[in-house]
Ligand binder design. Structure first.
Ligand code: CDT
Length: 302
């Protein structure tokens, strides 16, 4: 069997002026807790190094300071060093700013770093929620469409730690297509981070359903593709905006096998056996035997 003790490493709120150094120190502390509980793989949230800055209309330095121009950077290197020292592989979400010739490019990005310290996988968020312009009526903005380009890498999988791994970010988890593309590529573990406000401005009557929809999406993604899923929140009251928690590890059966209890910095750990993906992939979701792509045409029409 291919067993890995894995952890979801939930972060509580990160203040607007909190330094990378502080956020990284919190992440290293979570990693040590996970390590003490036997973990070899840790999943951090989306945009884990900073506050969720798309909630404000920003420009110039006020915006740029939330992006990473190198990875690792002097501030994030201690996380890489600590992980290598502990023999832990980790998923990290961050805002990426790169110069392509004269052109600036900005992505909502995640990477997977192996226990040896190698960046084995990179993903740039495909489903960017929210809006482009400041909207006065909102209690807070969600300007991901303004601050990030559509990810240009698709949904790649990569080999690491003895398994086939895939990644996505937050809103991607609500789309079955995300998990299905990763599933078709053989993903056995899908890692994702999220920042999800409790309040959904367009339909506040759904506020009480945010935790339900979070787990519904991830549990379905796991089950319908016979993959493990680890979803990690940035949670709690961050700069006046309440973010859901519910970080969890989900088996290929769709069952939650470990989850955080609160909305602060917290780790939940479980042993994941990648060979269990076969329970689904060789039976009800044996794609080669039962899938009927000839009838799925509209899914791929624009
Ligand atoms: N970060 C992110 O993608 N959050 C969205 C919030 C709801 S859409 C405005 C999510 O899907 O959880």
């Amino acid at each position: 069997s291919r067993k890995i003790v894995a952890a979801t490493a939930q972060l509580g709120p990160i203040a607007r002026d909190e330094s990378r150094t502080s956020a990284v120190a919190r992440m290293i502390a979570l990693m040590r807790t996970a390590h003490d509980r036997g973990a070899r793989l840790v999943v951090f949230p989306e945009l884990a190094l900073t506050t969720f800055f798309p909630r404000w209309l920003l420009e110039g330095h006020d915006l740029d300071r939330f992006y990473e121009t190198e990875m690792p950077s002097p501030e994030t290197l201690p996380l890489f060093d600590a992980a290598r020292e502990m023999g832990i592989g980790f998923y990290l979400g961050f805002a990426e700013l790169l110069l392509d010739g004269e052109r600036e490019r900005r992505f909502n990005t995640s990477i997977f770093v192996t226990p040896e310290g190698r960046i084995a996988g990179k993903y740039r968020k495909v489903h960017l929620p929210g809006h482009y312009n400041h909207e006065d009526w909102r209690a807070f903005q969600h300007l991901e469409k303004r601050y990030f380009e559509h990810g240009d890498l698709g949904f790649p999988v990569f080999e690491a730690m003895g398994g086939t791994m895939g990644m996505c970010l937050c809103n991607d988890r609500r789309w079955p297509e995300t998990f299905r593309v990763l599933g078709l590529r053989g993903a056995e573990l899908v890692m994702l981070g999220y920042n999800t406000p409790q309040h959904y401005p367009q339909a506040p009557e759904h506020d009480h359903l945010q935790d339900f929809h979070n787990h519904l999406s991830m549990q379905h993604g796991a089950y319908a593709n016979g993959a493990w899923v680890i979803g990690t929140a940035k949670a709690g009251l961050e700069e006046g905006c309440e973010l859901i928690g519910g970080s969890c590890i989900i088996a290929p059966t769709g069952e939650i096998v470990a989850r955080t209890q609160g909305r602060g910095d917290e780790v939940a750990v479980a042993e994941i056996d990648l060979d269990r993906c076969r329970e689904l992939r060789e039976n009800v979701f044996n794609f080669a035997l039962h899938r009927e792509p000839g009838d799925y045409g509209p899914i791929c029409e624009g």
